[in-house]
Design a protein around this ligand. Structure first.
Ligand SMILES: *[C@@H]1O[C@H](CO)[C@@H](O)[C@H](O)[C@H]1NC(C)=O
Ligand SMILES: *[C@@H]1O[C@H](CO)[C@@H](O)[C@H](O)[C@H]1NC(C)=O
Length: 194
């Protein structure tokens, strides 16, 4: 349990760095998300304050995204960045088929349209812990304010339909570069724990 909490804490603070390091690979066990119908919730563009808060360099300000959730409840939430064709559909369904740099989605619209979309390059990240990031992105595109209590998505899934990474603004002082090194060290520990 302590291990879990430690990783949980680290993951919130260093999510951006973690994602950056793992940028070109899919991560986590996404078995729970396969073959599950996800309904369209909303779409938007990453606002500046979200980037300031979470520092996700793979989705800098203005990156288009859409939010999808399971039909029964909102415990699983998929946020897909860059895939501007997704919101043309009502549901998407992550398909089996292991490809490290691309994902298949069965997308449906109404009763008659079933398209198999192959998004490449793309990476998929399933987290074994809750995330606030995905929940705030959902709130943003629903036109709601940032949540005060910092509510977490229980089963967050993040999909990047592009491998682009924004170069973070380089720290100038020594103090900051030390903290960058510390971050890296913690991330390495986190990855090993994971
Ligand atoms: C992934 O999760 C599923 C259950 O959701 C489990 O059956 C499977 O063994 C897990 N795979 C790995 C590699 O941990
Ligand atoms: C995937 O979903 C379809 C339709 O819901 C179902 O018919 C099929 O058996 C499922 N496949 C797996 C591997 O769960």
């Amino acid at each position: 349990m302590r291990l879990y909490l430690t990783f949980f804490g680290i993951s919130i603070v260093f999510l951006a760095t973690l994602l950056q390091i793992l940028a070109i690979h899919s991560t986590g066990n996404c078995t729970f998300a396969k073959n599950v119908t996800l309904k369209f919730v909303c779409k938007g563009n990453v606002p500046k304050d979200m980037y300031t808060m979470f520092r996700d360099n793979r989705a800098p300000p203005d990156t288009p995204y859409s939010v999808w959730q399971t039909e029964e409840d909102d415990s699983a939430l998929l946020v897909s960045f860059y895939t501007t064709m997704f919101p043309n559909y009502d549901t998407i369904n992550l398909q089996e088929g292991e490809m490290d740099l691309g994902q298949f989605f069965l997308a449906t619209k109404g009763r008659n349209t079933n398209d198999l979309l192959f998004v490449t390059p793309s990476t998929l990240h399933c987290f074994p812990f809750g995330l606030r990031y995905t929940n705030e992105l959902k709130r943003h595109c629903l036109g709601q304010d940032i949540s005060e209590g910092g509510v977490l998505t229980k089963k967050p899934i993040i999909h990047y339909g592009s491998l682009s990474i924004k170069t973070p603004d380089l720290p100038k002082s020594d103090a900051t570069s030390t903290s960058v090194k510390r971050n890296l060290l913690l991330v390495v520990c986190a990855v090993i724990t994971y």
